[in-house]
Design a protein around this ligand. Sequence first.
Ligand SMILES: NC(=O)c1ccc[n+]([C@@H]2O[C@H](COP(=O)([O-])OP(=O)(O)OC[C@H]3O[C@@H](n4cnc5c(N)ncnc54)[C@H](O)[C@@H]3O)[C@@H](O)[C@H]2O)c1
Length: 420
Amino acid sequence: MKKVKVGVLGAHRGRTMIEYCKNATDAEVVAVCDKAPYELEKVRRDAGDLPVAYYDNFDDFIKHDMDAVVLANYANEHAPFAIRCLDAGKHVFSEVLPVQTVAEAVALVEAVERSGKIYAYGENYCYMAAPREMRRLYKEGKIGEFEYGEGEYVHNCEPIWFEITYGEPDHWRNNMYSTFYCTHSLGPILHITGLRPVSVIGFESFHNARRFRQGSRAAAYGIEMVTLENGAIVKSIHGGLYKNNISYVVYGSKGRMESAREDAGTGGVDRLYVNADAVEGDYGNEKPVETYLPAEQDAESANYGHGGSDYYSMHFFIQKILGDESADVIGVYEALDMCLPGMFAFRSILENGRAMEIPDLRDPAERERWRHDTACTDPNAAGDMLLPTCKGGTPDIPMEVYDAVREKWETFLAEREKED
Ligand SMILES: NC(=O)c1ccc[n+]([C@@H]2O[C@H](COP(=O)([O-])OP(=O)(O)OC[C@H]3O[C@@H](n4cnc5c(N)ncnc54)[C@H](O)[C@@H]3O)[C@@H](O)[C@H]2O)c1
């Protein structure tokens, strides 16, 4: 079988995709790029004898002979690299999020269109067992037309913050706002129903002691209340509440499906409850709730993180490159449908809860309005449209907080190197 030649930018989260390529019969990793020597060194040690080229900068990496690039670099810097990869004739798999500004969204859509290459958005939570089964059942008509849904991604990262921000005051995780990282909660609901979001109202909590200790400048959690094209409403909540949880609920015109949420944690959601009538209004004939435990998954996925979903996002990307039109890839328009509601929810928050329309960048005419809109919390991308990280302004966090996080990170790294 032909193997797709894959390069990976970002060797931290990128290790998951490297692992996929090592085990797969349809893909091989040929190049890895990371500017952090310790990340590159770890991959090199783990790769053993595999013929992989290592780069510490993107300019050299992109010249390597490869068919596809996995972008597992900083979550707010995917779009510029995606565009460069597409323009260089490579297929692109982008980790979350796809873009950090609407201007980048316009540029990304146009790069995908002119390249003719495959763009796959790695919103792996769509491929956890329960949401995958919900999508299959929804398409089959099991619950009728979608009316209301909830998506929840609660992840208190305080115990691992040193491992994922390294004590860097300007790391994207410290600079993001409450509703930025919205696609793990909203994405699966959109993927299940296939509906487009049209407007959003945002809410955020307050900047609490937990966030302060981490060095994060965002409010503890954010909420998007999203109206979809058919008038249905979705509540999407995500952030650092104290106990972790992932869950999804969809109500239709003749039934409901929900993933189990009793202390579900972040490992992935598999158990699913379905309570649906054969036809609308069939109330006289109460059906027992059906339980799916777990929905059918490929055996191979058991070896991967996030409830096996890390397997599917890469598997579908590679299958699509190899010509399988049915591969369940999340393309650029759907990626933006998942991401823009978070961006516009924050604008709504800053404007005291005013409802915001969500642009549909499938329409070239719509793009002109947004082509130069660089509003975001990253000073390197915002130009004169820099936003505060919270409704009340950007919290001031003293350097000692970051020093303490960095100290933990350095101890962790030294231990890791000793173990390897
Ligand atoms: N889908 C999921 O379940 C999931 C889980 C974890 C992380 N992620 C995503 O993965 C991405 C990476 O996150 P992470 O946890 O690895 O932390 P991270 O963002 O700190 O790591 C990024 C890595 O990329 C490297 N890098 C960044 N810019 C570079 C450049 N220009 N040239 C070379 N190397 C560069 C950094 O040195 C670092 O090792 C983020 O987008 C994050 O949202 C997704």
